[in-house]
Design a protein around this ligand. Sequence first.
Ligand SMILES: Nc1ncnc2c1ncn2[C@@H]1O[C@H](COP(=O)(O)OP(=O)(O)OP(=O)(O)O)[C@@H](O)[C@H]1O
Length: 261
Amino acid sequence: MTFDINILSLKDILDILLVAFLLYKTYKLMKSSGSINIFIGILVFIVIWVIVSQVLQMRLLGSIFDKLVSVGVIALIVLFQDEIRHFLLTLGSRHRSSSFFRFLKGNKKDTTDKEDIMPIVMACLNMSKGKVGALIVIERSLPLDEVVRTGDIIDANINQRLIENIFFKNSPLHDGAMVISNKRIKAAGCILPVSHNLNIPKELGLRHRAALGISQETDAMTIIVSEETGGISIAYKGEFYLKLTAEELERMLTNDSDSQN
Ligand SMILES: Nc1ncnc2c1ncn2[C@@H]1O[C@H](COP(=O)(O)OP(=O)(O)OP(=O)(O)O)[C@@H](O)[C@H]1O
């Protein structure tokens, strides 16, 4: 009997911890997508609902709230379709990038090798010095086919001079983003989804917003070279890593980026 009670309490603790973890993850996801006020609104609604129907046991108001909650699930799915999609994509990509799945796929890593990274780093440094704006998306485990389709296909080896040439001010492909996938420059002039996060600093414009946007929807790592300041930044998994030095940029691109989180 005592044994049963112990198992039950352990299960309860696990249950509470899992709910807390789920709430924390939802909070983080909503904060990064700029919808934190909706999250707080939902929490306030749940608290009022519990007080009205459980604590005060007001039957009429309670039943109205009960009806709202049952319809609310559908409303939430519609309201948060982007966030839910991102959550499921991240869940899928985590599994796909696990060592077991990599073993099944037969490749070592999803990240780009060092010899492919150096031309990107050198090109970014040169563009930074010359204040040439650039936006480079490096695909990881989630395919970027949708984004590639919005630009012009290049399909060339990663080459420092080619990268610099594409982003050179008068080049026809300098506008938009370059996509690097499977160790090749796949496309340029691509259009990225723009993030609607309200917490992005005012001085960061559309180029940075677009980089954050793709980092919220996929696990790609995006390098931004600012045309205004020459600063090099990275957007990855909904976070900015601003004003990077050459060493930091190289380290972020070389390391398995999951260790950064
Ligand atoms: N959705 C998008 N997808 C791809 N590229 C975009 C997108 N939005 C803007 N850009 C690129 O960003 C450029 C505009 O940059 P803007 O000056 O607004 O950004 P910024 O973040 O302030 O960068 P900078 O510091 O370089 O000025 C555009 O010319 C275009 O090349």
